[in-house]
Ligand binder design. Structure first.
Ligand SMILES: NC(=O)c1ccc[n+]([C@@H]2O[C@H](COP(=O)([O-])OP(=O)(O)OC[C@H]3O[C@@H](n4cnc5c(N)ncnc54)[C@H](OP(=O)(O)O)[C@@H]3O)[C@@H](O)[C@H]2O)c1
Length: 303
């Protein structure tokens, strides 16, 4: 990849920035400033997060920080929120909207995000979304293009187009769900940069086993809650938090270049920094394996 792209083992995700009713704008900007001036080199957002508010808040924080903003931002193009259109023209419009909100001219990495309103053939057709992505890369406005989405079969089809430099998978390479392994291996063979998002499954691997826990944005089944409780016990016997185990599971993998963790406050950012520095005894992984496979979360069977 090009030298305009820099990232570390952890990338900060901002999908919740601007979308929480319990946070005022000043607190949101303070979170974004902590993120952009903080210890992690790359911040992930998208055109669609909180209907553009995530990018707007990052842009405001960037302007207020000036030179103290050290982190780079990667963003994603999204379908038109009203019509669902995701073609070449929409890609270019989405990119322009993002650049205006962020107050930048370009980004190192731009992903095609959740292309669920189009088929891969439509994306590849003349005038399709991929044409727009390639135009942006050819123009130099972005250094690298990626595909960021959920379902593995869809991700595999996009990877196999051979046009993308990076991929971002989510909720499918965690303590609970390893279904992204073949996809990540294929990306490795192709020399793509790999981002693994949502190492806590967006919930239960951070909160721990409790009623109301979620995995991949859906209620966790009782069997999954029980399984996570077993893993939590295995972790605590070795003095490790479930959260640290979940994060390091992804961070230690040779299949993952950077793990994308969702951050909702400056406090969570400090916690994340501590978690990344946690020492994990090697024998933890065998203890977790001894809990047996997690119950299926059926992610891609329903999609
Ligand atoms: N299609 C895509 O491109 C795609 C899809 C999914 C994710 N992503 C990216 O990946 C990022 C990470 O995904 P994610 O945020 O969904 O999942 P995640 O990183 O697995 O989990 C974040 C969740 O963990 C919770 N958490 C963290 N520390 C906690 C603690 N100490 N106690 C209790 N809860 C704690 C957070 O709760 P609080 O809210 O209370 O802090 C948050 O809800 C996103 O922000 C986004 O940038 C991209």
């Amino acid at each position: 990849m090009n030298d305009r792209i820099s990232f570390g083992a952890v990338t900060v995700g901002t999908s919740s920035l601007g979308g929480r009713t319990d946070r005022g704008p000043a607190e949101e900007v303070a979170t974004a400033k902590a993120v952009l001036g903080g210890p992690f080199a790359l911040v992930d957002t998208s055109n669609a997060y909180a209907a553009g508010r995530s990018e707007e808040i990052l842009g405001r924080a960037r302007a207020e920080l000036g030179d103290a903003a050290t982190a780079h931002i990667m963003t994603k193009v999204d379908s038109d929120p009203e019509t669902g259109v995701l073609d070449r023209d929409r890609v270019l419009r989405s990119f322009d909207e993002s650049m205006a909100r962020l107050g930048v001219d370009g980004v190192g990495i731009l992903h095609l995000h959740d292309p669920y309103t189009i088929t891969v053939s439509e994306a590849l057709a003349p005038g399709g979304a991929i044409e727009g992505m390639l135009e942006l890369r050819d123009s130099g406005a972005v250094a690298a293009i990626g595909i960021a989405a959920g379902p593995i079969p869809l991700m595999r089809s996009y990877v196999q187009t051979g046009v993308f430099d990076a991929l971002l998978t989510h909720n499918r390479y965690t303590l609970v769900d390893r279904s992204a392994v073949p996809l990540l291996e294929e990306a490795r063979r192709r020399g793509m940069t790999t981002f693994n998002a949502a190492p806590f499954g967006g919930g239960i691997l951070a909160t721990g086993a409790r009623s109301g826990a979620t995995y991949a944005y859906r209620p966790a089944s009782t069997t999954l809650v029980d399984w996570v409780a077993g893993v939590e016990r295995a972790c605590s016997e070795l003095g490790v938090s479930l959260r640290a185990a979940a994060l390091h599971f992804s961070m230690r993998s040779p299949l993952v270049d950077s793990t994308v963790v969702g951050i909702s406050s400056a406090q969570r950012l400090r916690e994340l920094e501590e978690l990344t520095a946690t020492e994990i005894p090697d024998r933890l992984w065998a203890s977790i394996d001894a809990c047996g496979p997690a119950p299926s979360t059926d992610e891609d069977e329903d999609e």
